[in-house]
Ligand binder design. Sequence first.
Ligand code: ADP
Ligand code: ZN
Length: 745
Amino acid sequence: MNHQSVRSAIGPALTSEKEKPLAVVPVLVPLPVPGPYSYAVPDQMNVSPGSIVQVPVGPRQVPGLVWDSDETAGTVDPAKLRPITQVFDCPPVDKTMRGFIDWVAAWTLTPPGLVARMVLRVPAAFDPEPWVPALQPMPEMKPERLTPARKRVFELIEDNPGAWTKSGLAHAAGVSASVIDGLAKAGTFDPVMLPPEPVVAAPDTGRKRPELTPLQAEAADTLRTAVAADAYSATLIDGVTGSGKTEVYFEAVAAALEKERQALILLPEIALTAAFLERFHDRFGARPAEWHSDMAPKMREKVWRQVAEGRVRVVAGARSALFLPYKELGLIVIDEEHDQAYKQDERVFYNARDMAVVRAHLGNLPIVLASATPSIESRVNAEAGRYGAVRLASRFGEAALPDLRTIDMRKHPPARGGFLSPVLLKAVGRAIERGEQALLFLNRRGYAPLTLCRVCGHRFQCPNCSAWLVEHRFRRQMQCHHCGHAEPVPEACPHCGTLDHLVACGPGVERLVEEVVHHFPDARTVMLSSDMPGGAKRLRLELDAIAKGEADIVIGTQLVAKGHHFPKMTVVGVVDADIGLTNGDPRSAERTFQLLHQVTGRAGRTGEQSLGLIQTYQPEHPVMAALVSGDRERFYEREIGERQRAGLPPFGRLAALIISGEDKAETEKYARSLRAAAPPSNEIDMLGPAEAPLALIRGRHRFRLLVHGDRKADLQAYIKDVIAAGPKPRGSLRVQVDIDPQSFL
Ligand code: ADP
Ligand code: ZN
C-alpha cells in the first residue's frame, strides 16, 4: 500500500500524542485473530461501523473495518488504547456485508479477520481515484486566423463542446499535442478536472431485447417478478444446454438494472468466458465489469472502487466477486451452479454457491441458480419448495441435443498403444470429411499420468507429494500437479541407470495428439489445456479460432467443456468416461454425470445432426445409462434416493478435519488425540483418522477425520468443542476445517 497517498476524508486524521481520543471502537483487522481489536478514535475523526481505516498492529499498519459496537466498548479506557491512524475516503462497508463476513466466518469456522481480508484485498482502492485534468473549449476565444491544424481542432470542438483530455483531443483532431498547447496558451480552453473514467460503460437494458420463446418468456417473467418483489427468493433455472438460460437470466439482470440496483453474475471460469462478455455486450451495449484472479492490478483497483461507489452496475466474476463491497446489490445469478470451481479449498474453505444464497438472504434480494445439470443439493431444495423452479426442457431453435451412445471398450478396444476406439475414430473421420468439427475430451493434462522404467520398474514420484510425476512432453518436463515440482525428463532411469527404457503409462491430452495426428495427418488439430503456455489470453484466442471453424479436431481437458459455443462441432468423444467414478467421493456419480453431460453438450449447437460418443468399460453403470437414455429424471431420482438412504448431503451433513504436519507419526498421533477428544453425540459421528488419499503434499503428511451428522445437527459447534477439548497443535501441526467438503483427497 502507498502510505503517502492515504488521506482522510474528515480532516487531519493523524493525531499528535497530546490530543485526547474520544471514543473506543472495535476494528476487525485482516489477521487470524478471534475477533476485532479495540482502538481509540482520535478527536475530530469521524468513524462509523463499516468505515475502512488504518490501524497499528504491533509495529505494522494494517487496514481494518470499524466493526459494530459490542458491550465491552464502554468498559475500556480509551487512554490505554492505540488510536486509529486514519480513515480512508471510501464508502463504508454496509451492514449486510458486515453481517455476511460474520456469517461466513461462523459457518466456515474461520477467524472473521480472514474473511474480512477477502473484502479488503485491494488497499490501493481505498483512496478515491484521481480526477483527470481536461480542457473545456471556449469557442468564443477562437483566434482570427487559423492554421489548418487549428482549424481541425475547432471543427471538432464546435461539434463536441464538452471537455476533452489533451491527448484525447489531439488524437481525435489528428494534430500533435503542441497544437493543443498553443491553443491553450491562446486562451481557447479552460482547465477543468473530470471524474475518473468508468471501467465499463453503463448497460442499456432496452438495447437488444430478444424475442423470447413462450417457455423462455414465462421463465423470464418468473425472474422479473422475483426481482420486482424486493425480497429474498432463490430460483433454480434447470434447462438443457442451449435452451436459453443465459438469455432468460439476462432479463432478470435487466429488471435489477431498471430498479437502479447492481447485479452480480458468478461464472465458474471467468478468465475464459470471452464469449459470455461479448454476449452481454450484444444484449446491453456494454460489457460487465470482470472480476477474477487474472486481472491487472490497476483494473482490479478501479473495479473494486467503482463497485463500492455504485458506478459499476454489473459484475461478472469468479467466486471472490461475492466479497466486493456492492453499494446497492439487487440480484445475484450463479451460472453453472453445480460447478466445483465454486468451492475454495484453501485459507477460507467456502462454497461460493452456498454463500451467495446466504448473501442474498442477508441482503434481502433474489438469487438465480442456473444449470443444465443442477447439483443434487439444489434439486432437492427446488423439490422441497425452498427454491422456486423454472424448467427449459428443449434447445432453442433448430438445435437438437446430440445423439449419445456409449462405446463398450471391451468390445471395441483401441489398437495396441492407442486409446481411441475404432468406432470413435470413424465418427471423427466422417465429421471432418463433412467439413465439421470433432472434440476429444480427456480430463488429464500432460502426456502420461505415470512414467516407469521397463527394466527395474522404477516409478517417477514427486519428492514432496504422494503423487506420480506427470510427463509433459512439449515442455520436456516431469511435473507434480499438486506442488508444482518439475524436473527434466531423464534419458536414463535414475534407479538402475538403463538408457532409453522409460515408458509412459496411460494417456494425457498430449499423448492423444500423437494418436490423432497419426490417424488424421491432414486435419488441423488443436490441443487445449489449462497449463498451456500463454495463459488465459492465448486460450481465449484459441477458443475464438475454434468457434470460427479454424480447427478440425480439438483435444482438450475440462476447460473446453464449459459453456463454449462451437457452431461446427458435431462429434464429441469422451476418451475415458470412467476416470471420475472410482475415487471414493460421495458425489462421484453426480460429478461424472454433470461433466459428461456438459462435454457432450458442446455438440449440435446449431441444428446439424450430432453425436456424443462415450468410451467406457462399464456401459451398464447408472451414470452412462442415464446419459445415453436421456433419462435425467431417473438418474436424479436414483441419486437422491441413495443420498437419502446414506444420510449424505443434503439429507445429512459432512465436515472434514484435515490434520497435517511434517512428521508422519506425530501428525497421526495428533489426529488420534483429536478423535479421542470428540464428545459423545447422538446425532453426530466422527470417523477416522485415516491417511488422506493424497497422503503427502508439499512435504506435509495428511490425515483426515470425517464428521457426519443429521441434517439439523450443529456440526460447527461440535467441531469447536472437539478442537477446544483436544491438545493444542504444536510445531508444524495444523488443523484445517472443511465444512461441506467437495473434495475428499
Ligand atoms: P444456455 O445458457 O441454456 O446454454 P443460451 O442462452 O446460451 O442457452 O442459448 C443458446 C443459443 O441460443 C445462444 O446462441 C442464444 O443466443 C440462442 N438463443 C436462445 N434463446 C434465444 C431467443 N429467444 N432468440 C434468439 N436467440 C436465442
Ligand atoms: Zn509434488
